[in-house]
Design a protein around this ligand. Structure first.
Ligand code: GAP
Length: 522
């Protein structure tokens, strides 16, 4: 893919290209849009489906080889978006899925308190400016405010004293003292299935696909020939009432997730945690993402979600975070938190009617052979599996692939930018052009198009000049263009043009299909 550094890519230009070329549109645009919602256009849908299908292929159809040398076992699922609301009470989302918020009484703006940074002097007193994390402090504002600049240090809004808060000037405000104390806010969007709209009828649009998997653990165990360790994978929409949706599709209120819950014996959980951390990092490289733009980052204890005892994020250097990184996927050790929370228990006031544990017959036999005593075998062979969860965003993956592929090409004739997708993920795999619309060229080009479209999404284009046709294909990320010209009619060869290098070579018409098959398999 591209060699342009993320710092040199301009998000506004990428967003404009995505709109102009049919990748991503603002949702309900003709009514002024709706903050945090996006529509995927024809090419964006194709790109998203290609990434989705690759994830499914690598997780469900052909999962990796495990640490013991055997392929791991993973099955797929497609659960309902709306589940019984008790799901979210017991999962901890009703009580725990909250973001701290701060309001600005001067500008009426609202911010995630943990994303606000203030700059204080050594003594920590006096007036201070607040900025959003990841936003460059505006130099003029800083100079005007502090006059001569003392040594300033950044402090999270979550850690400041009441006095410092009273002295802080909000990110968009002019005077100090307008920021409120942080308050919590539940991120789940609710809805009311059925005819009655009262509290008892309230249900939630899922904020993660994971819970549908936990609710079906027993169903899958009882109906499929699976044994622990095994995984259940799911791709689908999730909804979060994000306080500050921003950075294009990075943080939206409706998005798609690709999640897999891997159920394993408790004493093997560390081994599987490390296995999935490494596998998932490799998977992002397989999308064509440059390794220097990816990192693994362990969560600090105070960052961990309510269900997790350890988590490592795969992070990407987005143009808007560079030179820093932003989250792409989390690999979490969820322990037995969720299966326990959804298991029947009168004493613990749980509403579920099922016990979500597992009888490990192989372990029982092993312990018997080792001569372990009966009571211990009974206790150790039945357990609540531990869960390792690689959880990523499909729509965030689309953003990463777009950012990575986006390449300014100021010196090129025609296109100012190209999308340099790895061929496998390009929405259109090849353009097929007659050089001119006469002399039998359209007929040969049409025949080639009909042959290739049986196997891949390809486009026939006979309109405009050849330069404009190439430029359009470059902008939408089509890796190869085949042009039928005068020579084709005599020697049956066509020109193949490479999107990234602009190199052209002639190959025989009979070889086009094999050429493309080889390039798309890489
Ligand atoms: N089941 C665990 C879970 O949902 P998460 O870190 O909250 O964990 C997993 O979400 C992934 O989903 C994130 O790494 C990110 O890629 C994606 N994601 C989360 N919130 C998102 C949002 N508001 N917009 C787009 N993608 C989001």
């Amino acid at each position: 893919m591209t060699t342009t550094a993320p710092e040199e890519k301009n998000m506004d230009e990428l967003v404009a290209l995505c709109k102009r070329r049919g990748f991503v549109y603002p949702a309900s645009e003709i009514y002024g849009g709706l903050r945090g919602f996006w529509d995927y256009g024809p090419l964006g849908t194709a790109l998203k489906n290609n990434i989705r299908d690759w994830w499914w292929r690598c997780m469900v159809d052909c999962p990796p080889i495990g640490p013991d040398g055997e392929p791991v076992s993973i099955v797929g699922l497609d659960s309902a978006i709306i589940q019984n609301p008790k799901t979210w009470e017991h999962s901890g989302h009703v009580g725990g899925f909250n973001d701290p918020l701060v309001d600005c009484t001067e500008t009426k703006k609202r911010y995630r308190a943990d994303h606000v940074i203030i700059w204080v002097n050594e003594a920590g007193d006096g007036p201070h400016l607040a900025f959003m994390e990841n936003e460059e402090p505006n130099e003029r504002r800083v100079r005007k405010f502090y006059k001569e600049t003392p040594d300033l240090k950044p402090v999270s809004f979550m850690d400041i004293t009441d006095e410092q808060r009273a002295n802080a000037v909000g990110p968009d405000a002019a005077k100090p003292g307008s920021l409120t104390e942080p308050r919590t806010f539940n991120l789940m969007l609710d809805t009311y299935p059925g005819p009655i709209r009262d509290e008892d009828a309230k249900a939630y649009l899922r904020p993660e696909t994971a819970q549908g998997i936990f609710l079906n653990f027993k169903n899958v165990l009882d109906t499929m020939r699976v044994k622990v360790p095994f995984g259940i994978a799911q791709i689908g929409k999730s909804f979060r009432n994000e306080v500050t949706p921003r950075n294009f599709i990075f943080r939206s209120r409706e998005f798609e997730q690709m999640e897999m819950e891997f159920f394993c014996p408790p004493d093997e959980s560390q081994k599987w945690y490390e296995f999935w951390r490494d596998e998932r990092f490799k998977w992002w490289l397989s999308l064509g993402v440059d390794e220097k733009n990816l990192i693994l980052r362990d969560h600090d204890d105070d960052e961990l979600a309510h269900y997790s005892s350890a988590c490592v994020d795969v992070e990407y250097k987005y143009p808007f975070t560079a030179p820093g990184y932003g989250e792409l996927e989390g690999v979490a050790h969820r322990g037995n938190y969720d299966l326990t929370a959804h298991s029947k228990s009168k004493e613990k006031n749980r509403d579920s009617n099922a016990k979500l544990d597992y009888f490990d017959q192989e372990l029982q036999v092993r312990l018997q052979n080792e001569g372990v005593d009966k009571a211990e075998i009974k206790e150790r062979s039945r357990y609540v599996p531990h869960v390792i969860e690689p959880a990523s965003g499909l729509t965030r993956a689309v953003l990463v692939v777009l950012c990575e592929a986006f390449t300014p090409t100021p010196d090129r004739d025609g296109s100012k930018y190209i999308l340099s997708f790895k061929p496998k993920f390009a929405p259109i795999k090849a353009g097929i052009f007659p050089l001119v619309n006469k002399d039998g060229m359209p007929e040969v080009a049409q025949k080639l198009y009909m042959q290739l479209r049986d196997r891949w999404p390809v486009e026939y284009d006979g309109k405009q000049s050849i330069g404009k046709r190439y430029a359009r294909m470059d902008e939408i990320g089509t890796p190869f263009c085949f042009t039928i010209d005068g020579d084709t009619l005599t020697d049956q060869t066509v020109t193949v043009r490479d999107r990234d290098t602009l190199a052209q070579e002639r190959i025989h018409l009979d070889k086009v299909e094999a050429f493309l098959a080889e390039k798309l398999a890489e």
